[in-house]
Design a protein around this ligand. Structure first.
Ligand code: AGP
Length: 601
């Protein structure tokens, strides 16, 4: 997720472009850049860090065409070389990109053989060279030919010194919009920068190209056919536009999950096989133990990984809280695989655990969301979860993407261990179908009224079995951290060993009971709770009506492969916590006493 702003018009200040770009800084802020045309040449300025660091580098002059970008790194660390805009060999084409190009390595190889020279590690740079290769005097034709060769998701803004009177935008998978105003026309990755100038916004659909000039625009499909486009009137103010109309970032980020799942999967599955290039040199077939270190939500993601892999493989997996692990004298054996999970890549306890292991010469694989973070730099390899920036303190889309990446890693281990049987193949198939399923779950869920009903309680107990015990832990953690309700999580079979004593009509149960192999046992546990007068909310699979007789409220999720229920259930437990928090009048984005990155012990 990055921010794009392009301007074309009669004359505007470079500063104006950067001020508009600042409105998209919430989409990524590790580096920024601008390209504009001066004296028929492309001028590029880039900088690491926020847009404020870029401003002093850019001359305050009047220009007619510019594209700009604020980056959230996916391919290549945040530095000035990897920052956008990227250019072709002759510096005549500049472009900025949001998304992931899945086949960039193949294209890069082909173009290198044709003599193109690359400067950055990014997937984005190949697009500039590809357009250069296809340019025969008409930028529009070159862009159309090139975008049809790209696989993946992309929003692009393109500028050429050969045709300075227009900028071109392309959308496939990643959003792009444009608006027209008296002084200039604007292309952007979302509506926030446009609203200051006009409330009439043109939304681009997938596989469309827009050619924007100072007085006009033309929308085409990828075959070059003209498309009629009408503007839509937007009533949001600038602040709500930043959250795309959602009341809080947390809610927006939950709604982004279908998209972020696509980004976690992009380029990692081909011909029904997992392809995690980051770990291609590891000898996964040889490992005999796995140690996972993490904190909070990342720890819960690690537990899901453990349950999934231990179900399909006879291997011992320990998941440890990093805050405990860092003080142990443990030295995992040479045949152990050590995985550190941290969305921020900066969590002090996880980092210190990694340092402790590295001092002993042990290799660590990190799973993180932040390219160039300390944990990713200090680990041997990092598998990125590609969730884009998460502003809400509570992990939501990053949890879901951690799960996706950990399932992929588990599948890769199973393949290397010759345990990639039919059941496992089904899991891979289910992962591919997830974006659509999660979209439906989020759109159809009606959690708000339920949250209103349960917001008055002071305690909650989440229960689940097997791979959904970690879902119970995650549900309870979400509720605790943003609603300040005391919430516990138990493996459902463990209740009778003590915690059941807590239950009465003032102590509700949140039961995670999809139709899986534990369902009948879960049902008995739910009955046990009902017998203690506890109110019960349950999640179960569509079509299973019998829980309605014993539970006070039932939330249905689509029937799915039982191994992936923790992903299916995630948006529900997140929305439940979100609505309880917001209906209690709290700000779920900024829970008290918590920080997004816990960089202290
Ligand atoms: C999750 O919602 C939390 N805010 C917290 O538990 C978090 O998961 C934990 O601090 C670990 O963070 P990390 O993934 O950035 O290492």
């Amino acid at each position: 997720m990055c921010g794009i702003v392009g301007l074309i018009g009669k004359g505007f200040e470079t500063k104006q472009v950067l001020n508009l770009l600042k409105k998209l800084e919430y989409r990524g802020y590790d580096s920024a850049g601008i390209a504009y045309i001066k004296d028929k040449e492309i001028v590029i300025k880039k900088s690491v860090g926020s847009i404020d660091k870029l401003i002093p580098k850019v001359k305050p002059i009047k220009i007619n065409a510019a594209i700009s970008h604020t980056r959230w790194a996916t391919h290549g660390i945040p530095n000035t070389i990897n920052a956008h805009p990227h250019t072709d060999c002759k510096n005549k084409i500049a472009l900025v990109h949001n998304g992931i190009i899945e086949n960039f390595e193949e294209i890069k190889e082909t173009l290198k053989n044709k003599g193109h020279e690359f400067k950055s590690e990014t997937d984005s740079e190949v697009i500039a060279h590809l357009i250069e290769e296809n340019y025969k005097g008409d930028l529009k034709e070159a862009v159309l030919k090139s975008v049809n060769l790209l696989k993946g998701s992309f929003a692009l803004a393109i500028l050429s010194s050969e045709e300075p009177e227009r900028i071109i935008g392309v959308r496939k998978g990643s959003p792009l919009v444009f608006g027209l105003s008296d002084d200039f026309n604007i292309l952007a990755s979302d509506i926030t920068p446009i609203l200051k100038y006009t409330k009439q916004v043109y939304f681009m659909d997938d596989k469309e190209v827009v050619i924007l000039s100072k007085n006009d625009f033309e929308v085409l499909d990828f075959e070059g056919n003209a498309i009629k486009r009408e503007p839509q009137k937007i009533s949001w103010n600038e602040e709500s536009a930043e959250k795309q109309g959602f009341k809080h970032f947390m809610l927006k980020e939950i709604y982004e999950e279908p998209e972020t799942i696509k980004n976690a999967l992009a380029g990692r599955i081909s011909n029904n096989e997992v392809y995690l290039k980051e770990i291609k040199d590891l000898n996964l077939g040889d490992i005999d133990k796995i140690k996972v270190i993490a904190c909070g939500t990342s720890y819960n993601a690690g537990l899901v990984f453990k349950y999934f892999l231990e179900k399909h493989l006879n291997i011992d997996i320990d998941v440890e809280f990093a805050s405990e692990f860092r003080y142990k004298k443990i030295s995992p054996s040479e045949k152990s695989l050590v995985i550190a999970i941290s969305q921020s890549g900066e969590t002090a306890d996880t980092l210190e655990s990694i340092r402790m292991l590295k001092d002993k010469g042990i290799k660590v694989i990190a799973v993180s969301n932040v390219v160039g973070s300390t944990i990713s730099r200090e680990s041997d390899v990092t598998i990125y979860i590609n969730a884009g920036p998460e502003i809400g303190v509570a992990a939501t889309k990053t949890y879901v993407n951690q799960l996706i990446v950990l399932y992929l890693l588990a599948l890769e281990i199973l393949r290397k261990k010759n345990a990639f049987d039919k059941g496992v193949k089904e899991v891979l198939k289910s992962l591919i179908e997830l974006p659509e399923i999660i979209k439906k779950i989020i759109e159809r869920s009606n959690i708000k009224p339920l949250a209103k009903k349960y917001k008055k309680y002071h305690h909650f107990m989440y229960i689940g079995r097997g791979i959904n015990y970690p879902s119970a832990l995650e549900g309870a953690l979400k509720l605790k951290e943003i609603s300040y309700i005391n919430a516990n999580a138990y493996p459902a079979g463990e209740l009778k060993h003590g915690a059941i004593a807590l239950l009465n009509r003032k102590f509700p149960i949140f039961a995670i009971a999809p139709k899986d192999k534990f369902y009948s046992k879960m049902k008995s546990n739910i009955e046990e709770c009902k017998a203690r007068n506890a109110k019960i909310v349950a999640i179960t699979s569509e079509g299973n009506k019998e829980l309605e007789k014993i539970c006070d409220d039932v939330i249905y999720v689509p029937k799915a492969n039982e191994d992936i229920y923790p992903i299916i259930i995630s948006p529900i437990i997140q929305l439940f916590a979100y609505y309880i928090s917001s209906t209690r009048g709290y700000n779920p984005d900024k829970p008290r006493n918590l920080a997004k990155s816990v960089t202290v012990e």
